[in-house]
Ligand binder design. Structure first.
Ligand code: FES
Length: 577
């Protein structure tokens, strides 16, 4: 094994090393921790402001047991945590900030390998993006989903059922008292949202990428096996350092294609498209929306979990979890890619079985013959848009309707329940200026509520279009991630009330039925809305953010260089000064 990176900080006799060892010893560590043990950073996104990750301190203790047992030296450090339901205007505004925090913490400190702890939506991709740029050995421990919720003996799921109950409340079919009672029935334990929302999707894809020990994504947060798995991960990262198994050897183009395939099979969140594009960009891997479209056409939806299906993550775990899904679609995967176990993904899943084929369907009985997430293009979204077809209404997948246009979300909230809104079951609701710059931060606003007027007629879905994202727990015929966004003059900006819009999912098309000359004329007259920020992180975000089809990363954080060792060497060299 070559000299450990941490030894540049802790080995030898000189004033700098003296200082490093002496100051570290202030925490009560005995001298032998500096005798060539790999230093393992435990990158912890714990926070009481992020309930989904609130159990991570105990989980980190389990990691430390494994690191000590394997002869490593564990040091836990915090990074900014992104609590999905609490942060305003949206956690997506801060995903790149967290990724920078992760990357620079790993690079600047005497770390040889890192354990990434992610759970709530953005914390997993941010950890993977930062670690990918840092380029050291890394393993991920997902926080795990909450236990299933129950209300009056019915299983209820985070987010997905909340939207349904809210529609019932707006229709006076559910009292405020009952609505409030459901709050305490929904979140029964530590962990992240327990449907196949963004959190469950991204931890599942971390596993599909080969970044976790097999089977870890879906173990409930409070199951003892999660803690045992954390301990095993602590042990494994020490071995990975000795084997010089870096993250760039695990997250390859083939591994990313596996993750896309699994995303289609599990009915994963549309947000996964953005996050996988961003992770690929960190490693200089030229992934594009076309890869998602190609893979979605050949991958069946097998996982019967909300919002595309019926069950929740706890059921998915008992049914066999990600290894069972991957085994069932084995022929669609690159099975020889390397994982954090040191073995191939094919070896990792070779003994996996489906234990409940209602929750994880067999290939001959899929929920849908194609993948959940579909990429659309057309004159209104030249750089692409996305729809989760498996969470949409089948009768709306090919539809032309008259546009009802909202200038932004505030305009939508003001008018959506106005009895004068000229909306019908055939209308297409268009909302502008909710993208990366317009939002700002591309909030999860694409799930435009169904106007009360339609709910009263028993209509629960219409085509909705925007440049926002939506929660992975949402459902409906919702076209989102329209690129380029309206706030920078994408054609979405010039849609007018009464225009005809055509959605054709089978042909992967979203079109504004207005002559091209007219579109050009309107674009010439278009005026940009004022930007949100003049200073601070918001201004940095605004000036550097890429569009949805590029993963919404900052341009300066993407890499065309696969080899990040050089920057790590620079950090190590500085440690000697
Ligand atoms: Fe954290 Fe849903 S709010 S995962």
């Amino acid at each position: 094994m070559k000299k450990l990176r941490s030894q540049y900080w802790f080995e030898g006799v000189n004033p700098h090393v003296f200082t490093n060892r002496s100051w570290m010893a202030a925490q009560g560590f005995s001298r032998d921790v500096f005798d060539g043990r790999p230093v393992i950073g435990i990158c912890n996104s714990w926070s009481e402001l992020n309930n989904c990750n609130a159990h991570f301190r105990q989980l980190a203790e389990a990691v430390k047991r494994g690191v000590w047992a394997a002869g490593g030296f564990p040091l836990e450090f915090p990074v900014i945590s992104l609590g999905e339901v609490f942060m305003r205007p949206t956690t997506m505004l801060y995903r790149n900030l967290m990724a920078m925090d992760v990357e620079e913490s790993i690079r600047a400190y005497p770390i040889d390998g890192v354990v990434l702890m992610g759970g709530c939506d953005k914390t997993t991709p941010a950890q993977l993006m930062g670690a990918a740029s840092a380029g050291l050995p890394a393993i991920m421990i997902p926080g795990g989903p909450m236990l299933r919720g129950y209300y009056k003996n019915e299983v209820i799921g985070s987010g997905t059922d909340v939207w349904k109950f809210e529609d019932m409340r707006r229709m006076n079919q559910l009292s405020d008292e009952a609505f409030t009672e459901i709050e305490s029935c929904l979140s029964r334990s530590a962990g992240h949202c327990m449907v196949m929302g963004t959190a469950s999707t991204m931890t599942s894809l971390a596993e599909a990428l080969g970044m976790t020990l097999p089977g870890s994504a879906s173990i409930p947060a409070v199951d003892t096996r999660r803690y045992a798995g954390a301990q095993d991960s602590g042990k494994r990262i020490v071995e990975m350092v000795k084997e010089e198994l870096n993250i760039g050897q695990v997250i390859t183009r083939q591994a990313l294609e596996n993750a896309i395939t699994v995303n289609m099979a599990i009915g994963g969140s549309t947000n996964a498209v953005i996050h996988l594009l961003a992770i690929a960009g960190r490693l200089g891997i030229g992934l594009s929306l076309d890869d998602f479209d190609r893979i979605s056409r050949t991958t069946p939806l097998l996982v019967n979990v909300k919002p595309s299906g019926k069950y929740v993550m706890e059921d998915f775990f008992y049914a066999g979890g990600i290894p069972a899904v991957m085994q069932e679609i084995r022929d669609l995967l690159h099975t020889d890619v390397l994982t954090v176990t040191g073995r191939s993904i094919g070896e990792n899943i070779s003994k996996a079985e489906i234990y409940n084929d209602e929750v994880i369907r067999r290939r001959n009985n899929p929920l849908h013959p194609e993948g959940g997430t579909v990429v659309l293009k057309g004159n209104i979204a030249p750089d692409g848009a996305v729809i989760k077809q498996t969470a949409a209404s089948p009768h709306l997948l090919k539809h032309t309707g008259r546009a009802i246009v909202f200038a932004d979300r505030d305009d939508m909230l003001r008018r959506i329940d106005d009895p004068e809104l000229p909306v019908t079951a055939n209308s297409v609701l268009v909302m502008k200026n909710c993208g990366p710059i317009g939002g700002p931060g591309m909030p999860e606003w694409a799930h435009i509520p169904i106007p009360k007027k339609l709910l009263e007629q028993g209509i629960h879905d219409v085509v909705r279009i925007s440049d926002a994202r939506m929660s992975g727990t949402s459902f409906g015929t919702i076209v989102l991630h329209m690129a380029p966004e309206a706030a920078i003059g994408g054609p979405l900006a010039i849609v007018e009330e009464g225009d005809q819009v055509t959605l054709d999912v089978e042909n992967r098309s979203i079109r504004l039925e207005v002559p091209e000359e007219e579109i050009k004329e309107r674009l010439k007259k278009w005026q940009a809305p004022p930007r949100h920020y003049t200073r601070g992180y918001g201004k940095i975000f605004q000036d550097n953010i890429l569009q949805a089809d590029k993963g919404c990363d900052f341009g300066v954080l993407r890499s065309d260089e696969k080899d990040t060792v050089q920057t790590n060497d620079i950090a190590a060299a500085y440690a000697l000064k």
